[in-house]
Design a protein around this ligand. Structure first.
Ligand SMILES: *Cc1c(COP(=O)(O)O)cnc(C)c1O
Length: 495
């Protein structure tokens, strides 16, 4: 499997070459040259696999430069019962006759990002060790990415994490998950600004390629293809489990729809790849909150990223995004490489891109439909589901369920992606449930009580650069200047 850039100026590269960076050297996004397919016979054989085994099969189709047995060891470690609270890793819960919840949030930070990040937490050290390299991960978070990356890489030799978060703009649980970590390779920098300011700092610092290379900076943001391909696995898993009870003849090709709470378009883009790989997916239902740039795109064919002043603060904050980074991959696919090249340029010039006559293909050919929600929709959905079933969901999942219900079709089960656990966003859940709000679980109370450790920094490139220059691991492993692999667990030099 080779990867190319949406912008067309990257020599084809292999999985391990593109893993440490989301962005291609030409500023585009890396995409697989061709999407692999899985036939229905093979898919049926996958029914007996455990989650780590299935993930290894799916990822193997994309990471063809990693030997299969190695991948199996990596996914076994990533999805071990020590990390995920559910023994099946991704449990499904029937909500009503037509709707099932897909439990993607059983990991250590109670959000779906753990599923991709725990895999990166295994595969990146593996690749670095083979190459005798170190990595300094520089990233920005609005809350969930930061904690899942920190839990995935804490204590990993040869890797330091520098996480920029917007000071005072995350939920108390999100804050505690990050700032209560005391591993020396985790650096939390709270920026005096909003998420977009943090993102801009990362962009400004990594745009300086000499600095980036000197300090071995890499990224694990939502455009990282390693994350995307790990996410494809749970679409296959969810389909297999949702169809297990059907008669063998019917289940082979039984279509389901997925409702996906969306922001940067990373999660549902993985669903799109699963569908192109042959998984019987009828609809990919893209759900947004009031920041509805994706809903606008799928309804009208116009992609118009918004300036940060127009990004609203909502009660599903992990979806408060007005530029959906991964959408470039889909638009590249819809337009084709050639037409993409001329029209993407116009997006930069005019601030909007009208897919025009391609719009109907988004639904007819690719299966996308969409919808957006208000705070009231979220509250009502949490309440209604609780009254009907006793199941409590978080506000992001409620955005997915609300649109899933609206877009329901007779005879097609909708699988709703649970992108976070309700205890992570307790305020909104208790607004919805009042006296019925479940008590704060002991592990959350204990987490909130732990001492927190964070460095406050101004929204200033020079300050963050200086911090990195002082604290980043040296680019080559301290004990192997000639690039030979360093033994595991060894002290790798000053932090
Ligand atoms: C990150 C996140 C999303 C959005 O996922 P994308 O891949 O960016 O579309 C939705 N819900 C929660 C809880 C998240 O953390």
């Amino acid at each position: 499997m080779k990867y190319v850039s949406t912008r067309g100026h990257m020599p084809p590269a292999q999985f391990c070459d593109i893993l440490l960076d989301g962005l291609a050297p030409d500023g585009g996004l890396v995409v697989p040259e061709a999407v692999p397919t899985v036939g229905s016979d093979e898919r049926e054989r996958w029914r007996g696999l455990t989650y780590p085994e299935l993930a290894a099969r799916v990822i193997a189709l994309y990471a063809t430069d990693i030997p299969g047995p190695d991948l199996e060891a990596l996914t076994r470690a990533a999805y071990s019962p020590r990390v995920f609270r559910s023994p099946v890793v991704v449990p499904l819960t029937r909500l009503d006759g037509r709707t099932t919840l897909v439990g993607l949030s059983e990991g250590p930070t109670l959000a779906f990002k753990d599923l991709a990040m725990q895999f990166l937490g295994q595969v990146i050290p593996y690749v670095l060790e083979r190459a005798g390299r170190t990595l300094n991960i520089l990233a920005a978070t609005s809350g969930d990415t930061g904690s899942s990356a920190e839990y995935a890489f804490r204590g990993k030799p040869g890797i330091d994490v520098f996480m920029l978060s917007p000071r005072g703009r995350m939920s108390p649980v999100q804050r505690a998950q990050m700032y209560a970590l005391d591993d020396p390779n985790i650096h939390n920098l709270a920026v005096d600004g909003v998420f977009d300011d943090c993102q801009d700092l990362v962009k400004a610092i990594t745009a300086d390629t000499a600095f980036k290379e000197a300090h071995a900076l890499g990224a694990v943001n939502s455009i990282n293809f390693g994350r995307i391909c790990a996410q494809i696995a749970y679409y296959f898993w969810a389909w297999l489990r949702a169809t297990d009870d059907l008669p063998p003849a019917a289940r082979r090709s039984q279509p389901v729809s997925f409702a996906v709470p969306s922001g940067n378009f990373g999660n549902v883009y993985a669903g799109h790849l699963a569908r192109r790989m042959g998984l019987p997916v009828r609809r990919l239902i893209v759900a947004t909150n009031e920041n509805d740039v994706l809903d606008e795109f799928f309804r009208t064919g116009v992609y118009a990223p918004r300036p940060r002043e127009r990004t609203l603060v909502t009660t599903s904050p992990s979806m408060d995004i007005s530029k959906a980074s991964n959408l470039e991959r889909l638009i590249w696919e819809v337009l084709g490489a050639h037409e993409f090249a001329s029209r993407w340029q116009r997006l930069a010039e005019e601030g909007r891109l009208d897919l025009g006559d391609h719009r109907s293909r988004l639904e007819d050919e690719f299966g996308f439909v969409s919808g957006s929600n208000t705070h009231g929709d979220r509250i009502r959905t949490i309440r209604t589901l609780y009254e009907r079933t006793g199941v409590v969901i978080d506000p992001h999942t409620a955005d997915g369920l609300a649109v899933g219900w609206r877009q329901a079709e007779a005879g097609v089960t909708t699988l709703v992606m649970e992108t976070a656990k309700p205890e992570k966003f307790g305020d909104t859940v208790s607004e919805a449930l009042g006296a019925d709000t479940p008590p704060v679980p002991p592990h959350i109370r204990e987490l909130l009580a732990r001492p927190q450790r964070v460095r406050e920094v101004p929204d200033d490139v020079a300050t963050v650069r200086a911090y990195l220059a002082d604290h980043a691991l040296p680019a080559a492993r301290a004990d192997s200047p000639d690039g030979a692999p360093a033994p595991r667990g060894q002290d790798l030099g000053p932090a």
